[in-house]
Design a protein around this ligand. Sequence first.
Ligand SMILES: [Zn+2]
Length: 167
Amino acid sequence: MNVHTAAALRAYKARNRILKAMGYASYDEYLASPLWREIHERKLEREGRRCFACGRTANQVHHGDYLVGTLTGPSEAALEKLGTSEAWQWWLQTAELYAVCEKDHEWSEKFLGEPVGPELATRRLKNRRRKNRLDEAPVPLPARQGRQERKAREMESELARLIERDE
Ligand SMILES: [Zn+2]
């Protein structure tokens, strides 16, 4: 067992304690619950079903941590004060959740067949996102090229005018 596996097992144990307090007998039971289905669906929808790591279609949601706030969804108070849609919006903005494809999700959570835990898995997903250059804005035309294009357009319309005058 490597150091990450030990951290992973600790994280799963802490997670299961929280889930038990929430009334779920197991993680599987939580994943089958209406609460998780709603978190899952709203997260995928918010991200346009794009994988955080590769940009392809996402159909899973990765937990960046298993803290209480991440597992419970928006609080009753927030839902009451802000209304359903806004409360979810606010919560999803800060929740440690990532829309991912199945392939990247499985890859991120295991190294040499051993679980690495939510934190390292998230770091690996972020590295993959960087490698895929998903945060980079499209490169604007260099100024000179922009000028050349403008010049070409001007010449084209000048030519069109000359042809029209000639006809
Ligand atoms: Zn992916």
